[in-house]
Design a protein. Sequence first.
Length: 274
Amino acid sequence: MTSERQLLFGMYMDPLRMEEAIERCRTAIVTRQRMLVGVLNAAKIVNLRRNSVLRNSLIECDMIVADGQAVVWASKLLGRPLPERIAGIDLFVRLLALADAEGRSVALLGARPDVLAAMETAIHARYPNLTIAYSHHGYFKSEEAEGIASGIRDCGADMLFLGMVSPKKEIFLATYGPSLGVPVLHGVGGSFDILAGLTRRAPPLWQKLGMEWAYRVLQEPRRLWWRYLSTNSSFLHLLAQEMVSPTRPFEHEDGQIVVKFDRRETMSGSVVHD
């Protein structure tokens, strides 16, 4: 499989397998070069068309992989194939394993304080050789953001994982990312909740069949059925358009970012899931 980026739905994506993605992150850590990771699923493909902050954040990424199985299937239909799905949470877990194997340090930002504490306990038990150099919950106010960025900057971590909703994490990374000095930056959405044991992930067979979204709907049908119905319908419409007339590459839109970090949203209540 060629490593040349594939243009899909207006975004350049990296046709990588998990081992290749991990190796890119390892190289970034060794060389202390930035590796801003982006993950793209059907929901993001739909939402990035109307959300300039999300769109700009993806354009800025150094590596974009297919978080959703639907994106992999679509890439093959379009003749620009991606080899496999690299789910954001799977990449997160593999990077934690890398940190454990090589004695690396990580920084954690996101979730409620109790969820973050539970996840840290789980990480320490499963990955005893990594160091949690910094951690902070995701329910901070605007005036606290600079101090949090300073804490991350001073801790010297090899990797930063952000378990925050969109566009909150995109705004934080756009505002402070270039100054943090952390090689690998990965927004993992609701993965903190899963590692903390707060929510359950779909069984492997559901994941393989691209039905992880349906598993989520079964857990919270009243809240999620319409979201996934509308998102999936919109994605199929975009796929039909893409087959006829491929979307031209999106370009970064300059503009002032309004920093607001005090939204009271749970991980499962985010507009765009990783």
